[in-house]
Design a protein around this ligand. Structure first.
Ligand SMILES: Cc1cc2nc3c(=O)[nH]c(=O)nc-3n(C[C@H](O)[C@H](O)[C@H](O)COP(=O)(O)OP(=O)(O)OC[C@H]3O[C@@H](n4cnc5c(N)ncnc54)[C@H](O)[C@@H]3O)c2cc1C
Length: 436
């Protein structure tokens, strides 16, 4: 079959790779000048680095299997993670159960209650009972209002902004249940994985395998229209960045675009399916990446539970990966998840930097602006689907009502949270159902 794929992110590339293995002819169209989508990289100080921080968990078995199949296993290294919470003017370590016991902002009994319920969630295998209740209600009821206010509300706001009180408990369950699988057998430290050479190793190897099997990957090329007749797919209308446009016939098409994009491309989609597509809202990720002379902290992942600070997380990449890869500089991501009309989304990089600097000084009083060697500013749209209660009922089918047109994107990953591991699973699944 001749198959067109819209999007060269991890889902599109994996799907194409699998389809090539099955003997199909595949063309991938990617609107960006680069491949890899949300996991794409850029060059910093002679090494490649993800536009948005990336790591893997031990539970990420789909991508681990792919890495092995691609012959990249010895590049995947595992590191002990260090997690912290900035609260009340202090960085609290939060990597082990002992750290929780030492977390003084919560009364001792609350710490025990929080620990016991976290343990229960880690051992709860089914998620359906969490579907109907918001994380806010469940956590307040079980872990208590103080744990919610001090720890959970800031974390939920960090990931979902103003939607924090609408998020389903299933999402929190997924995070806790799956994270436990990333701990060493002794149940203490969490391990995080990173392909040395960056996620580009996986992306470029997939790309090589696709092209060497006769597939084509067109960057700077936007799919403008999915052409169909009488609800059967016939082809794609494509436009190069240079302005030229042409149409191409396909037997099947897979769209890995965010759900809200599809109705603009496929005019024949019925209103009922469009309504389902439009139920899911997404947040954009805004990242300011600082290249520093000195480390900001000794923590890899620092959640900011202080609402006077205008960012929700600091991920210090070089507290996971040795900084000799980046000319001995220190790489720090400052992150926010926001709507497209928010001030943070609309601000330029230099404006954000100016706003953030005094807060970095609050977190680390030794920090000085002169430590900043350079900075980068990235915005990634449709970075996080908003997982509200009863989310399973709003997930669109992979097989769209247009015969031969398939949809595979992060909004369909559930009950797990989106991630490269699940985009690999999705890409494989799509290649199977297309082949049916
Ligand atoms: C800040 C951030 C941090 C993350 N951290 C991690 C992490 O630590 N670990 C992890 O595993 N995952 C992480 N993720 C998630 C992971 O990157 C994504 O879940 C995954 O890469 C999504 O892949 P995808 O192929 O489904 O979608 P995408 O990567 O979004 O790919 C879709 C592609 O379609 C293209 N496209 C859209 N419309 C068109 C069109 N009309 N024509 C042509 N092309 C089009 C887009 O340009 C895009 O490249 C993170 C994501 C972000 C944003």
């Amino acid at each position: 079959m001749q198959i067109g794929i819209i999007g060269a992110g991890i889902a599109g590339l994996t799907c194409a790779y699998e389809l090539c293995k099955k003997g199909h002819t595949v063309d991938i169209y990617e609107t960006a000048p680069f491949i890899g989508g949300q996991a794409s990289t850029f060059s910093v100080r002679g090494s490649l680095l993800e536009r948005g921080y990336h790591h893997l968990f031990l539970s990420d078995t789909y991508i681990a299997d792919l890495i092995e199949e691609l012959g990249l296993s010895n590049q995947l290294k595992w590191f002990e993670s260090s997690v912290g919470l900035y609260y009340g003017g202090h960085i609290w370590k939060f990597s082990t159960p002992i750290d929780l016991l030492k977390f003084k902002p919560l009364p001792f009994l609350d710490r025990i209650r929080l620990g016991v319920w976290t343990l229960i969630l880690q051992r709860t295998k089914t998620w359906n009972k969490f579907e109907e209740i918001t994380a806010q209600d469940w956590i307040i009821r079980h872990m208590g209002i103080r744990s919610y206010r001090v720890i959970w509300e800031p974390l939920l706001r960090g990931k979902f902004g103003d939607y924090f009180n609408k998020i389903s408990m299933t999402w929190v369950w997924g995070k806790i249940y799956l994270r436990v699988a990333s701990r060493k057998k002794n149940g203490q430290k969490e391990l995080l994985g990173y392909p040395m050479g960056s996620f580009e190793e996986i992306i470029s190897t997939l790309s090589d395998r696709i092209t060497s099997s006769g597939g084509n990957i067109h960057t700077n090329t936007t799919v403008e229209k999915i052409i169909s007749q009488d609800n059967s797919l016939t082809g794609l209308q494509i436009r190069y960045r240079t302005g030229e446009s042409y149409t191409r016939k396909y037997d099947k098409v897979v769209s890995t675009t965010p759900s809200y994009v599809l109705p603009f491309l496929a005019e024949e989609l019925p209103q009922k399916y469009i309504n389902i597509l439009n139920t899911t809202s997404y947040l954009s990720a805004v990242l300011l990446i600082l290249v520093l002379e000195k480390p900001l902290s000794d923590i890899y992942w620092l959640n900011i539970a202080d609402r006077t600070i205008p960012f929700v997380g600091i991920i210090e990449h070089t507290n996971m990966i040795d900084n000799s890869l980046y000319g001995n500089k220190h790489i720090v991501y400052i992150t926010n998840y926001v709507t497209k009309d928010s001030d943070i989304y609309l601000s330029g990089g230099s404006e954000l930097l100016k706003t953030f600097i005094p807060h970095l000084k609050t977190i680390n009083p030794d920090f000085e602006e002169s430590w900043i060697v350079e900075y980068y500013h990235h915005k990634i749209d449709a970075a996080q689907p908003i997982v509200e209660t009863n989310y399973s009922s709003q997930i669109p089918d992979h097989k769209t009502p247009i015969k031969g047109l398939y949809l595979g994107n992060t909004s369909q990953i559930y009950p797990e949270d989106r991630g490269t591991n699940y985009s690999v699973r999705l890409g494989k699944h799509l290649s199977d159902i297309i082949n049916e």
